[in-house]
Design a protein around this ligand. Structure first.
Ligand code: SF4
Ligand code: SF4
Ligand code: SF4
Length: 318
């Protein structure tokens, strides 16, 4: 049977040569071992660059709001497709402009965990039947892929693309029984003081580089509130109060919009646990509104849906 990577290349060639798309966004091997990079393919001659492996972790939907090509093909795992759907619902991307090549995702591997266990320079990485084989000068080490998944992938219930035009590869078995909010439930059990302590400890490591924002497919504002001078919402200092406002505002802006892809956390150079914030709002939205972003093109996120009969008695009119 042809590999998923070969089938992606074949489909990309067909779409580009028949001019069904002007640009194909996919993945290519990174210049460093254990990494992949986004690939922007305009020409059939570059199709060989395309790759599909356990390091294709970026959420490619991030690029859609910046692209000017008329018709774009995009490789979409479960979380990429959810972000595309959420962007369509928010009117940021036209569904008819995007050809979604869905690829069921069995989970992506956290390279940092593997790197921690390797002493020496990595020359080569291979993947075989659920194993990652890392080779270097005088060593070869085998890692069981499932033991090295990213936290968001370990509890992912939506590895299969939620929307797609073409599907490549067999659908993965989604683990509907996993409790994706188990960590959050533990966090909620803490007293308010302990929760604040945890928040303070995590976010005070922040250097305000905004890599988390840049990696997030749902952060597309032309001017982010943290960059605005008129009006100025928050100072640019590293005082804890300014850092705290940045994190609280960022996460509130994601309410009902975050697709749990983990791109923000992976991008953070300070390795801040950003999931405890995003998953807390995701859990609340699920519990109170029975909603998860990017699963249904016909449903608006709860905070973007208004009805004349909405309750207003909580609004203080004094
Ligand atoms: S969050 Fe789900 S769809 Fe996204 S990379 Fe992880 S397993 Fe795949
Ligand atoms: S906030 Fe983080 S987890 Fe949520 S969509 Fe953005 S990058 Fe993905
Ligand atoms: S990527 Fe990390 S350090 Fe940079 S702004 Fe985001 S949380 Fe702060």
């Amino acid at each position: 049977m042809q590999s998923v990577e070969n089938r992606i290349k074949e489909k990309a060639a067909e779409l580009l040569t028949t001019k069904k798309v002007d640009l194909l966004i996919g993945f290519e091997r990174g210049t460093m071992p254990l990494r992949a990079s986004p690939a922007f393919i305009y020409d059939e001659a570059d199709i060989e660059k395309l790759a599909w492996n356990s390091f294709c972790e970026m959420n490619l939907a991030r690029y859609l709001t910046r692209i000017t090509s008329k018709r774009v093909g995009i490789i979409a795992k479960g979380c990429d497709s959810r972000a595309i759907a959420a962007l369509v619902v928010e009117g940021q991307v036209k569904r008819e402009q995007i050809m979604i090549i869905g690829v069921p995702c069995p989970g992506m591997v956290d390279r940092r965990k593997i790197e921690k266990e390797i002493k020496g320079e990595i020359d080569k990485v291979e993947e075989k039947k659920g194993e990652i084989i890392v080779k270097g000068n005088n060593f070869e080490k085998v890692f069981k892929k499932n033991n090295y998944l990213y936290p968001c992938c370990k509890v992912c219930k939506h590895g299969n693309p939620s929307i797609y035009d073409i599907l490549i590869g067999e659908k993965v078995k989604e683990n509907s029984k996993v409790d994706e909010y188990a960590e959050i439930t533990e966090y909620e059990k803490k007293s308010p003081d302990k929760r604040w302590e945890f928040f303070e400890k995590e976010v005070s490591k922040c250097i305000r580089c905004y890599a988390c924002r840049q990696a997030c497919p749902m952060c597309y504002c032309e001017e982010c509130f943290v960059d605005s001078f008129h009006p100025k919402w928050v100072d640019k200092s590293l005082d804890f109060s300014d850092i705290a406002i940045w994190h609280i505002m960022r996460v509130y802006h994601q309410t009902g919009r975050c697709v749990s892809c983990g791109a923000c956390e992976r991008a953070c150079p300070m390795q801040i646990n950003l999931r405890f914030l995003t998953e807390k709002i995701n859990k609340d939205v699920k519990v109170y509104f029975n909603f998860e972003a990017g699963l249904d093109l016909s449903v608006n996120p709860p905070l973007a849906a208004f009805d004349i009969k909405d309750r207003e008695d909580f609004i203080d009119t004094c």
